[in-house]
Write a protein that binds this ligand. Sequence first.
Ligand code: NAD
Length: 379
Amino acid sequence: MKSISRRTFNSKFSKGVLGTALMANAPLACGMGTGQNSKKLGIALVGLGSYSGGQLAPGLVNAQHCYLAGIVTGTPAKENIWMERYNIPQANVYNYENFDTIANNDAIDIVYVVLPNSMHADFCIRAAKAGKHVICEKPMAVSVAECDAIIAACASAGVKLSVGYRMQSDAYTNEVKRLVREKTFGDVNYVSSDASYISRGNPDQWRLNRALSGGGALMNMGVYSIQSNIYGTGTNPISVSAQEFSTRPEYFKDTDETITAQMEFPNGTVGHMYTSHNANGNRLYVGCTKGWIELNPCHSYGPLAGRTSDGKEISFPHQSQQMLQMDDFAEHIKSGSTNFAPGEMGKRDMIIVEAIYKSIREGGKTIALDLGNMGIVQS
Ligand code: NAD
C-alpha cells in the first residue's frame, strides 16, 4: 500500500548528503535555479526549548524551502550555542523584549512561536504586527477568543498563518485521508483515537500549570486525537460529550489527567477519543463498512506504522514531519500552494476543546457543534 505522491516522496529524499547545519543556512535552495521561488525563506524560532532544539531546528537542516535564520530566546546562555550550531548571525538574535524590532530584519520571513501555550497569542500577534508570516505551535492558543485574535492580526497585517500540526504533512496521515476520501474500505462508521503518555516529570512544569498551558492532557495530546478523529472521518463532528478521570490528583493538581470524549459526525459515524498524561496510547482505528484502517503508532514523530483489513501494510520511508510541515508552509507562502494547517483549523480544534471542557463541567452533557467544513483541508 505505497501510494507515493509529492507530499510523501519528493526530492527531499535525494539531498540527504547536503543536510548539514551550514547548508541549512544557505538562503538559496540547492538546485532550484534563481528567482523568487528559489529563495529559502528565513525562519526565526521563538522559544528554544525541547521541541525547537530536538525537532524543529534539526528538521530545518534538510528543508528545501526554508532555513533557520534567527532565534528569539529569553535565555542569554543559549544564544552562542545556537549561533555556532546553526551559523546564525548576531543580527538575527532577539530576546522577548526587543523581539518587535524583528520588523526591520529582511532575513526573517517567518516567525515560529514555540512557547508555552498561554504565550502563543501574544507572540503570534506581535510577529504579525512586525509583518512576518506566522507558524503557531499547537494548541493554537488557550481559548477560541485568542485564536480569533491571532487570525485577525494576521489578516490585518496581510501575512500567512499556520499551526504546527506536523501530522498534516505526514505521509501516513495523508494515506488515511486518501483511503477515507476514496472510500477504499467503504464508508467510515467508527473512528477511535488515543493520544497519551505518562507524565512523571517535575510537577512544577508549565504543562501542569493551567495559567501557562490552558489545560492538561487535552491541551497537549488531546488535540492530536481531535485531529485524527476528524481526518479519520473526513468531516467535522456535530456534537461532543466528554468525561474526566483522575487517579493521581496529588500530581495533577491544576490540570486534567485523563479525558475521554465521544463525537457524533453528520453521517451517523461515531468517534471516540482518549487522551491522558497517565497512560501510553498512540493509535488511530478507522472502522468502515467494508474493512478497517489502523495506524499504530499514529501521533509520534515517526517512523509510524499502519495496516488495513486486506492484510496490507501502510509503509512509507521516514522523513522528518517537521521538515515537511515547514517546507509545506514555505511553499504556500512562495507559490500559493495549499496551507495544510491554516489558522481556522487551530481555531476549530479549540472550539472542540472548549466544548469538551464544557461537557465535563456539565456532567457529560452532549454539546452541539456548528462547524460546517471549518478547518477541513482537501489534500
Ligand atoms: P519546553 O518547556 O521544552 O520549552 C518552552 C520554552 O519556552 C523554553 O525555551 C522556555 O525557556 C520558554 N519559556 C518562556 N517563558 C516561559 C515560561 N513562563 N515558562 C516556561 N517556559 C518558558 O516546551 P516545548 O515542549 O518545547 O513546547 C513548546 C510549545 O511547543 C508548546 O506549545 C507545545 O505544545 C508545543 N509542542 C509541539 C509539539 C508538536 O509535536 N507539534 C511537540 C512538543 C511541543
